[in-house]
Design a protein around this ligand. Structure first.
Ligand SMILES: Nc1ncnc2c1ncn2[C@@H]1O[C@H](COP(=O)(O)OP(=O)(O)O)[C@@H](O)[C@H]1O
Ligand SMILES: [Mg+2]
Length: 360
């Protein structure tokens, strides 16, 4: 536990001058909130200026000062998060097609992980990316909404069921620093698929609003694969901040990934970019990447669509093994190439405004 308090951090932040002014950033009113939890310090800034250079200058200065003074802590500098209350949405206009999307109290950002088809590694990416984001100092939740094959609880090695609080709320299961809830907890494997569509929408709505998530910076949702009605209604009803589309390098998968992107576009939801899974096989002798399915499919598709390419993840038997074992690779082997790939993708998402965009 940290042996210092918020006051102490404020004292350090008083060393930083607001650009172009005599006053320090605390006196200037830029520091909205300081929060210490375990080994994470979160500084929330609130700017009156819209000047991106000024903002960047202050954010960097805060990072640098705190990193230097507190080398063992994880420092998160965020902007514009109203005191732990989740995004404030503008009141819906009459006939607003998004009026059904209510913000979830306490949850700042919702990242939907989608794929055009099953089997491309959407759940592998969801679990590992969730842990990679938590490693960046964020409070992270993970919701498996895949009605056809919920697997997140298996990959995270969870076999207990969530408990119900006296207030009739479900308690998410915590593991690897992630709060998790899964369709797998409530779906019977004998439930006919035809029931699952309508069921999932109702269930996901309950998962979002009747689960005691607490305060989260990011909730990842592992969506059902595909771009059909079930996916569409689900995303339509959820206050999603943005989506990431998972694909493999094969052309058939890329066609589906494009379809995934089109679905979000139609719904006016931001797509953060494309994640390519099973991009290459590292040569066991040399570690050199061998692009068995051809190189550059994911980046090319991203470029065509005008969206970022977020990164490539190698094929590694250890990824599948870790999944089967119930310990995702990012938790199991921090030194692996795959872990590094997930870390980079997590950082790119943060750079691309995962915490700064407002849910639609
Ligand atoms: N990069 C990878 N390297 C090796 N195996 C992988 C990789 N990504 C996924 N897998 C394996 O492929 C299978 C399908 O992945 P999964 O994440 O369940 O896909 P989806 O959720 O898209 O259906 C799983 O057995 C998983 O362990
Ligand atoms: Mg899956």
């Amino acid at each position: 536990m940290a042996n210092f308090n918020e006051e102490y951090i404020l004292t350090m932040l008083r060393q930083i001058h607001y650009p172009g002014f005599e006053e320090d950033i605390v006196s200037f009113g830029v520091v909205n909130e300081v929060n210490i939890q375990g080994n994470r310090v979160t500084v929330n800034l609130k700017f009156n200026t819209k000047n991106p250079d000024t903002k960047a200058q202050v954010k960097n200065a805060v990072q640098n000062v705190l990193k230097t003074e507190l080398p063992d802590m994880r420092i998160m500098v965020m902007e514009g998060i109203p005191a732990m209350a989740g995004p404030q949405l503008a009141p819906p206009k009459p006939n607003d097609p998004w009026a059904g999307r209510a913000a979830i109290p306490g949850i700042h950002s919702v990242l939907a992980i989608a794929s055009g088809k099953g089997g491309v590694g959407k759940s592998t990416v969801s679990t590992n990316l969730a842990i990679a984001l938590a490693n960046e100092g964020l409070r992270v939740g993970l919701l498996d909404s895949d009605i056809y094959g919920p697997s997140v609880h298996i990959m995270m090695g969870v076999d207990e069921k969530p408990m119900v609080t006296p207030g009739q709320k479900l308690l998410p299961i915590e593991k690897f620093n992630i709060k998790m809830m899964s369709m797998g907890f409530i779906l019977d494997k004998d439930t006919p698929v035809i029931w699952r569509g309508p069921m999932v929408i109702k269930a996901v709505d309950q998962f979002l609003h009747d689960v005691e998530w607490g305060e989260l910076e990011v909730l990842l949702i592992d969506l059902p694969p595909g771009t059909g009605d079930a996916q569409l209604s689900l995303v339509q009803k959820t206050p999603v901040t943005g989506a990431a589309v998972v694909t493999t390098p094969q052309e058939v998968a890329l066609v589906d990934a494009r379809r995934g992107y089109q679905m979000f576009r139609k719904l006016n939801i931001h797509t953060f970019g494309i994640i390519e899974n099973m991009s290459y096989y590292p040569n066991p002798q040399t570690g050199e990447p061998v692009y068995i399915f051809g190189k550059g499919g994911g980046p090319k598709a991203a470029e065509e669509l005008g969206i970022p390419f977020l990164g490539e993840i190698p094929i590694e038997p250890e990824i599948a093994a870790a999944g089967d074992l119930g310990i995702p690779i990012v938790a199991k082997n921090p030194a692996s190439k795959a872990t590094e790939a997930f870390r980079q993708i997590a950082r790119r998402l943060l750079e691309r405004g995962l915490l700064e965009r407002v849910a639609k």
